[in-house]
Write a protein of this length. Structure first.
Length: 167
């Protein structure tokens, strides 16, 4: 069992349907939070958008959920970008669920647990897996609405150098 740790960009929310190109750069605070219950949260890494967490209903409330599938990295901690945690809190999410599909295990903790975790230089909060309480493994539905958090990595545009004109 391994966890992948990644660097995340600065927070800016972009909303759209899965598969659609969304070029909006509206800040997360400018969006209303009466969103659908099933959201896939994406961040930009390695030149593409990746879903790293979902907001799904579980036990009658919205939870921030992560499915653990063969991630590389550490074996003792789970990490989430601060921008994802902040966005989930604005939606009213209070719990975090980690699901291991390979072994059909699941752990849960309060979202506030991440505040006690270590904030890395990469903008992620690290929480030891021992802080999660084991619970019964459950499925949740697929999310069709995508929320993109953060900017894409800036790319340098090619420019023609201006040479001084000689007379």
């Amino acid at each position: 069992m391994r966890w992948r740790t990644m660097k995340w960009p600065a927070p800016v929310a972009q909303m759209g349907r899965a598969g659609e190109e969304n070029t909006s750069t509206t800040g997360a605070s400018a969006r209303p939070y009466h969103t659908p219950e099933l959201l896939a949260l994406q961040v930009h890494k390695r030149a593409r958008w990746c879903t790293i967490a979902k907001v799904v209903p579980l036990d009658g409330e919205l939870v921030l959920a992560v499915v653990w599938r063969n991630q590389r990295g550490t074996q003792r901690v789970v990490s989430l970008p601060q921008v994802v945690l902040d966005y989930a809190r604005r939606l009213g999410v209070r719990r975090f669920c980690l699901r291991d599909d390979r072994y059909r295990r699941m752990g849960v903790c309060s979202l506030d647990t991440f505040d006690r975790g270590r904030l890395g230089a990469d903008g992620e909060r690290y929480v030891p897996l021992t802080w999660l309480t084991p619970c019964q493994w459950r499925e949740w539905p697929f999310a069709k609405t995508v929320v993109r958090l953060g900017d894409t990595q800036p790319t340098a545009e090619a420019k023609q150098l201006v040479l001084p004109f000689e007379v």
